[in-house]
Design a protein around this ligand. Structure first.
Ligand code: BES
Ligand code: MN
Ligand code: ZN
Length: 507
């Protein structure tokens, strides 16, 4: 399969419809009844005594415990038109946002294991009442409709043609608001899957040139302005970090600049994404096992591009600028050597003492350039350090920032989706180990606190503007398949960036 085919696959969105109806009045082809663990009485079926009794018996026999990912398919009895399934939603609290997405993903993944026409989902009252729950659940279901088998001959995940959400009539139900939420969810899930697919693409199919093209061809038609700098322009613009890293490969680098003026009046939010399409480590070569997954090293760029896709498709009234430095990190004859000194866009000189600390070199230029354009704030996303995985594990991103308000906004967005971040310090003394004998600084710190020294390095290039750095090395990639996730790229933080855009009127 070539990259064009993958590109087509990733814009496929499932059709989701809303029906407001009493449970007793519906008798669809395949009815799925999601149940919270707390929901002992199976209130979702209370209005249908015979169905309710049958399901309660199963619960009581311990055949179904309503855990996240549990799905029990029952065959129809005479009064049912079609199949019936119970789907577990887990405990409703705490962490409702994260569980909603996971439960949706698990449910959709199970049902997507074979080709299906229409699935109807009875949304429990409690799920409608909890703010954001339905949105996250729906995002999970829709995102689960794409697997990781981009290059497999036989499909192993099938998109459900239509997902029908059935909500019982109740006081104060706002149909238009629910429909908006469902639309947002399906758009955002499409963007998550675009990011996942870009990350899952083989490195040979996403060279910087090709990746820039894919981003251009997807975003330009949506009204996002996309400018792509080639290697000559990159040299003219003095992006010394990007030039240094790309010196070791024949694949020319690219710098992708995005702009979405949903609100032209407001000062921009700058989003910067690390786009290393393959990280071999360079001359500071990684061992083979550590290199296996290094096609994931452009996740930051993929996530930023995908967030632009969602924000533009939804027409959100924000002003966003994107900066995506794209390169391979290889060991070619002209590769950076240890001791080489690079001059970055903002004039700082950097002594390269480890060519595997390449992300910060390309981000330095992108941050400097972004800062020159005086945005209201800068947020960067990067699979920056293994040390962040040591600190926080594989599921939580490291958050660093120099301004409380911006940090709080990112944290709020993350709470709305359950895409977890955890703040790590940025105290001044962590910059000490970056001192160089020969240049303004070097590109590695000492043995300890590697995620923090990397962030301190980046801080030198943000021009004192409000800035948040997210080290997504862990959560942007899933090592294995599970009921609630597929192996490979996760699209981590696309959903939160969209929530950030939705929450702001000004930037
Ligand atoms: N891309 C890696 C970081 C990474 C590691 C991402 C594991 C995803 C999973 C980054 O370029 C890197 O190699 N960082 C080095 C920095 C070190 C040389 C200071 C690292 O973490 O070892
Ligand atoms: Mn590296
Ligand atoms: Zn890297």
């Amino acid at each position: 399969m070539d990259a064009d085919t993958c590109f087509l696959e990733l814009v496929r969105i499932m059709q989701i419809t809303l029906e407001i109806a009493r449970f007793v009045d519906v008798n669809p082809e395949f009815l799925v009844i999601p149940v919270f663990e707390e929901d002992l009485d199976l209130q979702a079926t209370a209005s249908d005594p015979s169905r309710g009794t049958r399901l309660r018996a199963l619960r009581e026999a311990g055949e179904f415990k309503a855990g996240v990912g549990e799905l029990l398919v029952l065959y129809p009895e005479s009064q049912d038109r079609g199949k019936l399934a119970l789907a577990g939603l887990g405990k409703q609290a705490p962490n409702a946002s994260r569980k909603a997405f996971q439960a949706g993903y698990a449910l959709g993944k199970r049902l997507g294991g074979r080709s299906r026409e229409v699935i109807s989902l009875l949304i429990p009252q409690a799920a409608v009442a909890e703010p954001g729950y339905l949105r996250n659940l729906t995002e999970g279901i829709a995102a689960s409709q794409a697997g990781s088998g981009l290059y497999k001959k036989e499909a192993e995940r099938f998109t459900i043609r239509e997902l029908q959400l059935i909500i019982p009539p109740q006081d104060g139900l706002d149909r238009a608001a629910l429909e908006r939420e469902i639309h947002q969810a399906s758009v955002v899930a499409g963007s998550v899957n675009w990011a996942r697919n870009l990350v899952n693409l083989a490195p040979q199919d996403k060279t910087p040139r090709r990746l820039a093209e894919l981003i251009h061809d997807t975003l330009a038609p949506l009204g996002v302005s996309v400018e792509v700098w080639d290697e000559e322009r990159i040299a003219r613009e003095r992006l010394g970090g990007l030039l240094g890293v790309s010196a070791g490969t024949d694949a020319p680098p690219r710098m992708v600049l995005l702009e979405w003026k949903g609100n032209p009046e407001s000062p921009a939010l700058a989003l910067v994404g690390k786009g290393v399409t393959f990280d071999s480590g360079g001359l500071s070569l990684k061992p083979s096992a550590s290199m296996e997954d290094m096609k994931c090293d452009m996740s930051g760029a993929a996530v930023v591009a995908a967030a632009f896709q969602a924000v533009a498709t939804l027409g959100l009234p924000v002003h966003w600028r994107g900066y995506l430095p794209l390169t391979e990190n290889m060991t070619g004859a002209h590769a950076m050597k240890l001791g080489d000194v690079l001059t970055m866009r903002n004039g700082l000189t950097v002594e390269v003492l480890n060519t595997d600390a390449e992300g910060r070199l390309i981000l330095a230029d992108a941050l400097s350039y972004a800062a020159e354009q005086k945005p209201a704030a800068i947020v960067d996303l990067a699979t920056l350090t293994g040390a962040c995985l040591v600190a926080l594990g594989t599921k939580i991103a490291g958050l660093f920032g120099n301004q409380q308000e911006l940090k709080a906004r990112i944290q709020q967005a993350s709470e709305q989706t359950g895409e977890r971040v955890w703040e790590l310090p940025l105290d001044d003394d962590f910059a000490e180990p970056l001192k160089s004998h020969f240049a303004d600084c070097k590109n590695i710190g000492g043995k300890w606190g590697g995620a923090i020294t990397a962030a301190k390095f980046l801080e030198k290039f943000v021009g004192g503007l409000p800035w948040v750095h997210l080290d997504i090395a862990g959560p942007s990639w899933s090592e294995s398949d599970s009921s609630t996730a597929d192996a490979g790229g996760t699209g981590f933080f696309v959903r939160s960036l969209v929530r950030l855009a939705e929450s702001s009127r000004s930037a």
